[in-house]
Design a protein around this ligand. Structure first.
Ligand SMILES: Cc1cc2nc3c(=O)[nH]c(=O)nc-3n(C[C@H](O)[C@H](O)[C@H](O)COP(=O)(O)O)c2cc1C
Length: 370
């Protein structure tokens, strides 16, 4: 049997295989962030489709940190009941579910929240509307909000949480010299820029306890001029591992990064697994499980990355939008590549309130029916 189908554990969480559904904004929550039946249905399809570990979309931990419409919220206790239903439905279908907890910082959508976005540093050219530069008191409040959100995820029966430190959102902005121009203990050296991450990890750990998995998604580089570079990113990975993180998902790029965004085009085999070299640079000494995301499309590539020790888990986003049952398809012996075309057309229906789906698959189906 391929190692991809071998079971594994992350801090006591038992996983049936090495496949992870990377956090994916579905645009399916209610206006106030509550879980909906459609969202539950989507997650159940992934569990039934054989995904070992499902990571939710980024759930906003504070209202001024909402990144987009119909995003899952975890900012108040009133949301716990819906989250409980979601976790229970995934468990009933044999899956494990992790909540990605996040704050959008400068990319928060003021039109939705009616609140001024929080930023690491305010400077000319940052945004067209006013921003609130976080005080040290705000940093403390943010830390508390992350911890409370994690507590809600645990109360709702989730199997763990993932800190969203990637893709240009608030925690990622702290790491980026482009956004972080602070002169206090949270700016300057990479140790200072990563201080908040360690404080959040510590605060979350205190709330959820030692035996509850805490993961993080981290950029291996921002791939924009002046952003987080790979040397600094790898140092942050080490700091988080030393501080008791349970698993690290390596991603890269920022949402404004165009061609070099987290969701790149994958046109051929060479373009697959586009962060593999950065993941390899972490080296053998990296002690915690490594989850690799970004352009995994063929079974053989996924298998080779596990076999050569680059990664312990294979994480995908877009392939599962088109084929929630991809893992079962591969397991059944049909090892054709994921049918995903990596064109990112899936975002569009989500922005229109229809929830994400594979637009390209629909177009192909319509052509066949013609
Ligand atoms: C529709 C869509 C929504 C996404 N939402 C999130 C998200 O909520 N949190 C996150 O960390 N990444 C998000 N991403 C990025 C993916 O998790 C992933 O890192 C990226 O798409 C590369 O993986 P892939 O090639 O398997 O799609 C999203 C990507 C897409 C296409």
């Amino acid at each position: 049997m391929s190692k991809l189908f071998e079971s594994a554990t992350i801090n006591g969480m038992e996983l049936s295989n090495r496949f992870v559904r990377s956090a994916t904004w579905e645009g399916m929550a209610a206006d106030d962030g509550k879980v909906t039946p459609k969202l539950i249905e989507t997650m159940v399809a992934l569990a039934k489709g054989g995904v070992g570990m499902i990571i939710t979309s980024h759930a906003y931990i504070r209202q001024e940190g909402q990144a987009g419409p119909w995003q899952i919220g975890v900012y108040e206790d009133k949301l716990i009941d819906g989250l409980k239903e979601l976790a229970a439905a995934v468990h009933a279908n044999g899956g494990k579910i992790i909540m990605q907890i996040a704050h959008a910082g400068n990319f928060a959508v003021e039109k939705l929240t009616g609140l001024v976005p929080w930023v690491v540093s305010d400077f000319e050219g940052l945004a067209e509307t006013p921003r609130h530069e976080m005080t040290v008191g705000d940093i403390r409040a943010l830390t508390v909000s992350f911890a409370e959100a994690a507590g809600r995820a645990k109360a709702a029966g989730f199997d763990g949480v993932q800190l969203h430190c990637a893709h240009g959102y608030l925690l990622s902005q702290f790491l980026s010299p482009l956004y972080n121009r602070r002169m206090d203990d949270y700016g300057g050296s990479i140790e200072n820029r990563a201080r908040i991450h360690l404080e959040v990890l510590d605060a979350v750990r205190k709330v959820v306890g030692d035996d509850f998995p805490i993961l993080a998604k981290l950029n291996c580089g921002d791939f924009v001029e002046g952003g987080l570079n790979t040397a600094d990113a790898l140092q942050v990975a080490g700091l988080l591992a030393d501080a008791g993180l349970d698993a690290l998902e390596i991603s890269g790029g920022v949402i404004t990064g165009g061609r070099m965004s987290p969701s790149r085009m994958v046109k051929n085999d060479e373009q697959e697994a586009y962060f593999k070299n950065e993941a390899r640079a972490l080296g053998d000494k990296f002690r915690i499980p490594l989850i690799l995301v970004g352009g995994m499309r063929s079974f053989e590539t996924a298998e080779a990355l596990l076999a050569d020790g680059t990664a312990d888990f294979i994480s995908m986003c877009r392939p599962f939008i088109r084929e929630p049952d991809l893992v079962n398809r591969w397991k059944s012996g049909d090892r054709r590549k994921a049918f995903c075309k990596s064109d990112n057309a899936c975002f569009k229906p989500g922005m229109k309130g229809k929830g994400i789906y594979c637009v390209t698959a629909e177009v192909e189906k319509a052509k066949l029916e013609d």
